[in-house]
Design a protein around this ligand. Structure first.
Ligand code: 3PG
Ligand code: MG
Length: 398
């Protein structure tokens, strides 16, 4: 894979950078700017080399329509603050504003295009429609740099089709993320502990299957944990349950036993009578969730158990919260796991935009972890062993 250094003299060249600037917003206020910060090294490196830097990115899922609440304008402002210089913002993606903005750049200047997903061609499943949009994007630049790690698992025009049309290289964020993922998959230091949470088992099936051949211990929490409890034969009340996955999970439990992989499930649960921070709550044993109640976090005994199962690790990968951490009464499980990771003497990786935002919201700093990945879906698909379209396109040396 080529790097920026392989691109030669960039002075005066228009460089299109695909970044992942998909940050959480509260109105126009950015509540976690981690992904913008993670994009800075590549943008700075290009600007320092005298390139005319044209950044493109998506925000949310506007589905091919211009929806003002998904505008990247607040992101352009924050990017400018962090870079310490103005960022020219194009109010469209490949139209008159984009063309004029790019034409107005001097060497070392930075521009941001409006949300790629305002254009139906960006996410189209139709190769020709995606290709037609990719042509327009490619016309705005001389060179392409892929640095939007969080989106490399998407076969989208800006991720997959544009690098097929321009000389291209991988940016520093993509290279750093891939390096960490390599350490998680090629001869990881043991014990190797994986902590999986989040809402749905069905999102994690592929990764669990692959990890059974790699990890020593898999700790299960979050909404997906209730399908595991059900597979153990327990009733889960009104908790999240994917009934159609119970048999698959039973298969994993059997397979894990055969391979000597330890799967750790909750032993107690914080249940609530409503999905609300004001709900009545109680702690119950994992095999005694009352009918009509729902589990919204792991319980205190489980917090201790999970911490014990994490602290002796030499490698930890964590994706997905243990409970509904956005509501204070159900944040302690996620906090306990984050806390345990900070005590590990080895490589700790927090995977994903949501998990990263969770640990920052709970008051942890990035420096307390070995690596905070900017891509949840992307890192999970890598760990599943899937080919990532955005990486495939960058690796192609044509
Ligand atoms: C993310 O937030 O996970 C990435 O930016 C990709 O976004 P997407 O899941 O909407 O494709
Ligand atoms: Mg995602």
């Amino acid at each position: 894979m080529k790097t920026i250094d392989d691109l030669g003299d960039l002075r005066g060249k228009r460089v299109l950078v695909r970044a992942d600037l998909n940050v959480p917003l509260d109105g126009e206020a950015i509540t976690d700017d981690g992904r913008i910060r993670a994009s800075l090294p590549t943008i700075r490196a290009l600007a320092d080399r005298g390139a005319r830097v044209v950044v493109c990115a998506h925000l949310g899922r506007p589905k091919g329509e211009v929806k003002p609440e998904f505008s990247l304008a607040p992101v352009a402002r924050r990017l400018g603050e962090l870079l310490g210089k103005p960022v020219a913002f194009a109010t469209d993606v490949v139209g008159e504003s984009a063309q004029a903005t790019v034409a107005g750049l001097a060497d070392g200047d930075v521009a941001l295009l409006e949300n790629l997903r305002f254009e139906p061609g960006e996410t189209s499943k139709d190769d020709a429609e995606r290709g037609a949009f990719a042509e327009k994007l490619a016309k705005l630049a001389d060179v392409y740099v892929g640095d939007g790690f969080g989106a490399v698992h998407r076969k989208h025009a800006s991720v997959y089709d544009v690098p097929k049309r321009l000389p291209h290289a991988a940016g520093q964020l993509v290279l750093a993320e891939l390096e960490v993922l390599r350490r998680l998959t090629e001869q990881p230091q043991r014990p190797y502990v994986v902590v999986l949470g989040g809402a749905k088992v069905s999102d994690k099936l592929g990764v669990i299957e692959n990890l059974l051949g790699l990890a020593d211990r898999i700790i299960i929490g979050g909404g997906m944990g209730y399908t595991f409890l059900k597979a153990h034969g327990y009733e889960v009340g009104k908790s999240l349950l994917e009934a159609d996955q119970v048999d698959t999970v039973r298969g994993y439990l059997a397979e894990a036993q055969k391979r000597g992989v330890e799967i750790v499930n909750a032993i107690d649960i914080m249940v609530a009578d409503d999905f609300s921070p004001e709900a009545n709550t109680q702690v119950v044993a994992a095999n005694a969730i009352p009918a009509g109640w729902q589990g919204l976090d792991i319980g205190p005994e489980t917090r201790k158990l999970y911490a014990d199962k994490i602290v002796d690790a030499k490698t930890v990968f964590w994706n997905g919260p243990m409970g509904v951490f956005e509501m204070a009464p159900f944040a302690e499980g996620t906090r306990a796991v984050a806390e345990a990771l900070t005590k590990v003497d080895g490589l700790t990786v927090v995977g994903g935009g949501d998990s990263a935002a969770a640990v920052r919201q709970l008051g942890f700093t990035d420096e307390q972890f070995g690596h905070i990945s900017t891509g949840g879906g992307a890192s999970l698909e890598y760990l599943e062993g899937k080919v990532l379209p955005g990486i495939e396109a960058l690796a192609d040396s044509a």
